[in-house]
Design a protein around this ligand. Structure first.
Ligand SMILES: C[S@@+](CC[C@H](N)C(=O)[O-])C[C@H]1O[C@@H](n2cnc3c(N)ncnc32)[C@H](O)[C@@H]1O
Length: 289
């Protein structure tokens, strides 16, 4: 349907954002997501929001704020963060980390747990997007533990704020060319053809992944026990320094002594900003007690 000039004008003026509304939006985005929206991003975000508001049939920004206020499920916030951040990810992204996981971190953690007569392996993938990262970690855990995997209380917790990304993750089906980024041995063992040029993660792996919507800005984490490994890669790039520091401090509280934090290769934590010990770029470890 094409709009007449008059209708277009009416639509555009209804959708225009005032300085006050933009400030309100910016404050909301900072408080809820820790993301500092610069003035340069204003027109990009407003354009995307206008599309969303048209879809939701909301005639103005005040109607949109009202919609967010009444949104008890946080689904509206999830839509909003999707407009600002990217869910971009792929299998085997920053391969070094997967090598370190299989060759060093996982063997060390398993060894320590065995010494403590424990078999609870607790790994959290925070900001898991569409699932490529947690599924790969699970495959590597299964490779390492082999037949012994089933005797462990293992699995992976994978969280993200984006419902859109989590829907893809739970489905666990990916285009063939994306899966090709994984080593052949993993592809053969853990995927089945799903038709239309797609491959599905096999059920054995899928059932070990727990996907949940979780906003990392929550100041308390609802986990009773600490993790041996936390992956939060390419997520904190959107956050400003104080937000990042506060989040890393929460991660530290929720890491077992000797446990690891993996962050994205383009991210760094200043040495004075964290109680984790620096191991190598994008990799940190909590000291032993
Ligand atoms: C670029 S993806 C990173 C995916 C994967 N970790 C990787 O390294 O490829 C960033 C993810 O962080 C999520 N995210 C952004 N802000 C978040 C927040 N406040 N709480 C939880 N997840 C968030 C986004 O929804 C997105 O899926």
């Amino acid at each position: 349907m094409t709009l007449s000039t008059g209708q277009q004008h009416q639509n555009n003026s209804l959708m225009a954002i005032s300085d006050l509304e933009f400030t309100r939006l910016r404050d909301l985005i900072y408080q809820r997501f820790g993301i500092n929206l610069t003035e340069q991003k204003r027109s990009l975000l407003v354009g995307r929001l206008q599309k969303l508001m048209r879809r939701l049939n909301l005639p103005s920004f005040s109607a949109y704020f009202e919609y967010l206020d009444q949104d008890k499920t946080e689904a509206g916030l999830s839509e909003l963060v999707d407009l600002i951040s990217t869910n971009h990810t792929y299998f085997n992204r920053e391969k070094d980390h997967f090598d370190y996981f299989s060759e060093t971190a996982l063997p060390a953690v398993i060894e320590r747990l065995k010494k403590q007569h424990r078999k609870d392996l607790r790994i959290w993938c925070a900001g898991c997007s569409s699932g490529e990262e947690p599924y790969t970690l699970l495959m590597l855990m299964m490779e390492y533990l082999g037949a012994d995997y089933s005797s462990w209380d293992a699995g992976i917790l994978a969280t993200d704020i984006s419902d859109r990304a989590l829907t893809v993750a739970r489905r666990g089906t990916y285009a063939m060319d994306r899966v090709m980024q994984l080593p052949e041995q993993l592809r053969r063992k853990y995927f089945i053809p799903a038709g239309q040029g797609e491959m599905a993660v096999c059920d054995k792996v899928k059932k070990e992944a727990t996907f949940r919507r979780f906003n990392l800005m929550n100041t308390t984490f609802p986990f009773k026990k600490p993790f041996q490994m936390i992956f939060c890669r390419n997520v904190m790039i959107y956050f400003d320094q104080p937000t990042r520091e506060a989040l890393v401090s929460r991660y530290h509280q929720h890491t077992e002594p000797g446990g690891y934090l993996f962050i994205g290769h383009s991210e760094t934590l200043g040495r004075t900003q964290t109680r984790y010990n620096y191991l190598k770029p994008a990799l940190y470890q909590k000291g032993e007690l």
